[in-house]
Design a protein around this ligand. Structure first.
Ligand SMILES: [Zn+2]
Ligand SMILES: [Zn+2]
Length: 259
């Protein structure tokens, strides 16, 4: 009897110490520091392959508010066109609604901390995009100022999917997929450091009235495209297709390690 209890005790101690030695705390194992910098601060790391050869984009969406496949593939093509990544992959994660009509950037960031699973890891850079069912708390619909998307960290952006769908519904000339694709590309431009937000301007072309935006005509980084009315107008004029980056913005991306 004593022998058995001694054996059990020994076994128990062994199990305890073994699990202590071999198992790393999975929460501690993730180093999030590289993904907690400001928007544009990792432009070179996203554009070049000097530190990260691959990229994984985590698409986190509130149930019922998933983006269209075509918008995601347009974003992927844009990143493949402008960055030196060998492989860009996409994973999706459905989330419950936070149950809010409007949401602040701080609240979006709090949700990211709870839900994000993809961080920079080895030679792979992680990007996180949250598709919200709540609108931006800075919207002023009475002044026709509704925000379609925003960047808030070096590898993080939020897309106000409910706002995008409302906007597309109001116009026969544009689709949800058109607005999603153009918004994703505009916000990606900021993470790539445009304009003067981590990718220094080769020639001055920053809009004096709107920091981080471009003054070139027909460029995706123009300031009015972050708002619904400006975006709808531009897309309707171009029958749904986004203008892409202008010559000056592309020069900046190339000068900072991109293509
Ligand atoms: Zn913008
Ligand atoms: Zn531009």
């Amino acid at each position: 009897m004593r022998k058995i209890s001694l054996l059990i005790t020994l076994l128990f101690i062994c199990l305890l110490s073994c699990s202590k030695d071999s198992g790393e705390d999975p929460i501690k194992a993730i180093d999030r520091s590289a993904n907690l910098k400001g928007p544009g601060e990792s432009a070179n790391e996203i554009l070049s392959d000097s530190k990260y050869k691959n990229m994984i984009i985590e698409i986190a969406y509130v149930a019922g508010y998933a983006p269209t496949e075509s918008a995601i593939s347009e974003l992927k093509s844009l990143l493949e066109e402008r960055t030196h990544k060998e492989k860009i992959s996409v994973i999706k994660k459905e989330l419950a609604s936070p149950g809010k009509d409007s949401i602040s950037i701080n609240e979006v960031f709090e949700l990211e901390k709870e839900n994000r699973t993809v961080y920079n890891d080895g030679d792979t850079l992680g990007m996180y995009i949250y598709f919200s069912d709540a609108s931006s708390d800075s919207d002023k619909p009475e002044e026709d100022l509704v925000t379609l998307g925003a960047v808030y960290k070096n590898t993080s952006m939020v897309i106000y999917e409910a706002t995008i769908r409302r906007l597309a519904k109001n116009s026969l000339l544009i689709s949800t997929a058109d607005v999603e694709a153009a918004t994703l590309s505009h916000e990606a431009g900021h993470l790539l450091g445009l304009v003067d937000l981590g990718s220094p301007s080769v020639n001055p072309h920053q809009d004096p009235d709107a920091p981080s935006h471009c003054n070139e005509g027909n460029c995706l980084m123009r300031a009015e495209l972050q708002f619904g009315s400006g975006m709808a107008k531009m897309l309707a004029a171009k029958r749904g297709s986004s203008p892409g980056f202008g010559v000056e913005c592309i020069k900046d991306l190339r000068a900072n390690g991109g293509k």
